[in-house]
Design a protein around this ligand. Structure first.
Ligand code: SF4
Length: 514
């Protein structure tokens, strides 16, 4: 079983709002999410609200075993499109009518946030009363104050970062301007369990929020367009937070969290200072361009065992997606990692724009070359994923070619059998694409999947196709980046023209900093 420290237990008779922070995926995934943990602590700082956690497949809270339907507000954290099915399953289990039109004022208010809610709320819009567009901690206090004042849906419309399907209002994203205004947890929940199901990815470690947002501009990456610009926490604040968290937990291990931790200005100084205070450091997110031998050595010295790198593809296709890292740099980072005896995990994409079978053959050779750089093959693992076009990215006008991806995935499987390779199912990626880029009609097939198996042909019936001048389902959600800018980037997928990193060069007016 599981035991936890630092959870909030309040007297339910003394609070005005009972808030169910619901994660439609298993405990391990929920508690590995920094955003989920931030909201839990942040909301519980309010004396008038008790925020409790509920994770799939349970429909009772961890804190007090209260059933989901007894809460005033149920908030779903939508990190992955595939979790939409679990949202409906949880509502069904707890006997809350799925569709908002079938619910009454006696039912809890159902809200949703997270990257999927921010990017395209439409597929889930028949079920959710209010979507939070952006970073929760900027919006949630205003939202809860308003809830206490007036529960009418229309009263929430004047809060920035709110989308209400009933009014289909235009919404602007709300994010923290500076990391000084962000919430940094100093009393994180620590969970212990013998059961792997409950062990979090960063178990026994304090998560430090080094930065948010990334402006490198990889053309397939949704979070890099949603959460611009890049915002960094200053080193003193990070070291202070780490020390205070250690005092509150007894933990000595730090996990650095950010969109691309190695891009953090002063990463080596940060590692040295944390190490100097006796911390062990790890991080799941390194950007190849900004990795130095010194930063790898420091990370190794402080206990990191595995590094994760994302070359994505061969050089010519990397240029198309604006991730123009030279092969020499990729190979030299891998060589350094091999020298330092890291386990290495590499991510690749298939189905990139204009990718041919010849490219796939070249990719297989490329992967083979990397695999052979280590004498123990099991130390290098490859994850190959079909690229899924996402809203608010230059790829939003591309479709998903199921047959082509299936053929390529088969070829790779056959030709790289002897290496440690995991290929994501083309069918799963197709469903993810429909859930990501679909409109509100997609809700029909999500709901149908609750009662029976839905075959691939039925899914294909919901495959979106958008032309460059079409209105897109998420056009009413303004995340800062201008559509005109995305159109320029879309054309550059063809021409392979690079858009430089604005941290290093001049601003190219994507719209995020307006
Ligand atoms: S507006 Fe300019 S500086 Fe801001 S994220 Fe966009 S390109 Fe970078």
């Amino acid at each position: 079983m599981i035991s936890e420290d630092n959870i909030f237990i309040k007297d339910y008779k003394k609070v005005d709002i009972r808030f169910a922070l619901t994660y439609p995926n298993i405990y391990r995934t929920a508690m590995s999410s920094l955003g989920y943990n931030i909201l839990y602590n942040y909301i519980n700082e309010r004396a008038d609200t008790w925020c409790e956690r509920i994770t799939y497949p349970n429909i009772h809270s961890i804190e007090s075993n209260t059933p989901l339907k007894s809460f005033d507000i149920i908030s779903f954290s939508l990190q992955f499109e595939e979790d939409y099915f679990n949202v409906l399953e949880m509502l069904k289990q707890t006997e809350i009518p799925l569709r908002r039109e079938d619910r009454s004022s006696k039912d809890p208010l159902i809200i949703a946030g997270g990257p999927c809610a921010t990017a395209n709320p439409m597929p889930m819009s028949p079920y959710i009363d209010i979507f939070i567009i952006g970073e929760g901690e900027v919006i949630i206090n205003q939202f809860l104050d308003k809830y206490l004042e007036n529960k009418e849906l229309s009263s929430f419309l004047d809060i920035k970062g709110i989308y209400i399907p009933e009014f289909d209002n235009d919404a602007n994203i709300a994010i923290v301007n500076e990391m000084e205004d962000a919430y940094h947890i100093t009393r994180p929940i620590i969970s212990r369990s013998d059961d792997d199901e409950y062990k979090t990815v960063f178990s026994d470690s304090i998560m430090l929020n080094v930065s948010r947002g990334c402006t490198r501009g990889c053309r397939f990456c949704m979070s890099s367009y949603l959460y611009r610009p890049m915002r960094e926490t200053n080193i003193d604040k990070l070291v202070e937070t780490a020390i205070e968290s250690r005092e509150n937990t007894g933990l000595n291990k730090i996990t650095l969290i950010g969109a691309a931790v190695s891009d953090y200005d002063g990463i080596e100084e940060l590692i040295k200072r944390l190490e100097g205070k006796g911390f062990q450091i790890s991080t799941p997110s390194l950007r190849i361009e900004s990795i130095t031998y010194e930063s790898l050595r420091l990370l190794k010295e402080s206990g990191l065992k595995t590094i994760t790198l994302a070359p994505e593809s061969i050089d010519s296709l990397r240029k198309r997606i604006n991730k123009s890292i030279p092969d020499e740099k990729i190979f030299s980072v891998i060589e350094d990692a091999v020298k330092l005896d890291f386990n290495i995990k590499l991510y690749f994409l298939i189905g990139l724009p204009h990718e041919t079978m010849d490219d796939i053959k070249e990719l297989c050779g490329y992967i083979e070359r990397i695999a052979n750089m280590h004498t123990s093959r099991h130390k290098i693992k490859f994850s190959i994923n079909p690229v899924v076009p996402k809203p608010h990215t230059p790829m939003q006008w591309m479709s998903y070619d199921f047959k082509d991806i299936k053929r390529k995935s088969k070829y790779i499987k056959k030709n790289l059998r002897k290496y440690s390779i995991k290929i994501e199912s083309p069918k799963k990626a197709l469903i993810q694409y429909i859930l990501s880029c679909g409109n509100s009609e997609v809700s029909e097939i999500i709901e149908r999947s609750l009662t029976r198996d839905v075959n691939i042909h039925e899914w294909m019936g919901y495959l979106p196709e958008y032309g460059i001048d079409d209105e897109l389902p998420w056009d009413g959600i303004d995340v800062g980046v201008k559509k005109e800018f995305l159109k320029i980037e879309y054309k550059r997928l063809e021409t392979k023209k690079q858009t430089p990193w604005c941290n290093n060069s001049t601003c190219y007016n994507c719209g995020s900093c307006d």
